[in-house]
Design a binder for this molecule. Structure first.
Ligand code: GLU
Length: 238
């Protein structure tokens, strides 16, 4: 079922992401990748077929500093197991990771191709990057809500917008997603083992909910953009 991790906070984000992905390896996957904001607020992506250990070797060669990023382990459903099909996927301001299946991707892809969007992977996921980019109006939450209303299928999403450095946006429908709140920053993940070394305070996302994370805050919304009050659960097990 593959996995998702995201982190924003004072720690080195690449390190948190790689440790988080290692904590999700039990779910099975064929490739792995991360994207992060570097110290110049540019987004860098590194992705590779194979194990998290292989990705870690690639990441080692960069000396960039990062305090915000997203990470993914992929279980290919649409498109072969290749570096190009591995996540993250990007378009314009948008970089994202996705677990799940976009059922109406073929229809959306046709529309987007007609508008001139060029696809570089064979995945269903890439339509989300282009669709978000097409709708983007400077307001990430509003844009994601529009896309959620347009897509059919299952998703847990982690999204970064180039013009909102050190923020992570996440949404889910029929794929698992949790949010972790810690003194050392805030996190998203598919499952608790990915974040247990940082926090035991966890929010469970429900279907069609959206969250915005920065180092200081966690804000939840429903698909109509209304703010939600959610109560954290304390994880008691190790
Ligand atoms: N359907 C997407 C793909 O094939 C995501 C698969 C996953 O959940 O990892 O890339």
């Amino acid at each position: 079922m593959c996995g998702i991790i995201g982190y924003t906070g004072p720690l080195e984000a690449k390190d948190v992401l790689l440790k988080g992905l290692a904590g999700l390896e039990y779910r099975g996957y064929d490739s792995a990748g991360i994207a992060y904001f570097n110290q110049d607020s540019q987004v860098r992506s590194i992705k590779k077929v194979g194990k998290v250990a292989a990705l870690r070797e690639c990441v080692k060669s960069t000396c960039e500093i990062s305090h915000c990023g997203i990470g993914h382990t992929r279980w290919a459903t649409h498109g072969g197991v290749t570096d190009a099909n591995a996540h993250p996927h990007s378009c314009g301001q948008v970089t994202l990771i996705h677990n799940g299946i976009i059922e109406n991707y073929a229809k959306l892809k046709k529309v987007l191709e007609k508008k001139g969007y060029e696809f570089v992977s064979e995945t269903d996921t890439e339509v989300l990057a282009h669709l978000l980019s097409e709708y983007y109006n400077g307001n990430p939450a509003e844009t994601i809500q529009k896309v959620m209303q347009r897509v059919e299928g299952s998703y847990a999403l982690g999204i970064m917008f180039l013009d909102h450095p050190n923020h992570i946006y996440a949404a889910r429908k029929d794929s698992p997603l949790i949010v972790g709140a810690s003194k050392e920053g805030n996190l998203i993940a598919s499952d608790v083992p990915a974040i247990l070394r940082y926090t035991r305070n966890v929010y469970y996302m429900e279907n069609e909910e959206l969250v915005c994370l920065s180092r200081e805050h966690i804000r939840f919304y429903n698909i109509d953009g209304e703010p939600l009050e959610k109560t954290p659960v304390t994880i008691e097990w190790d």
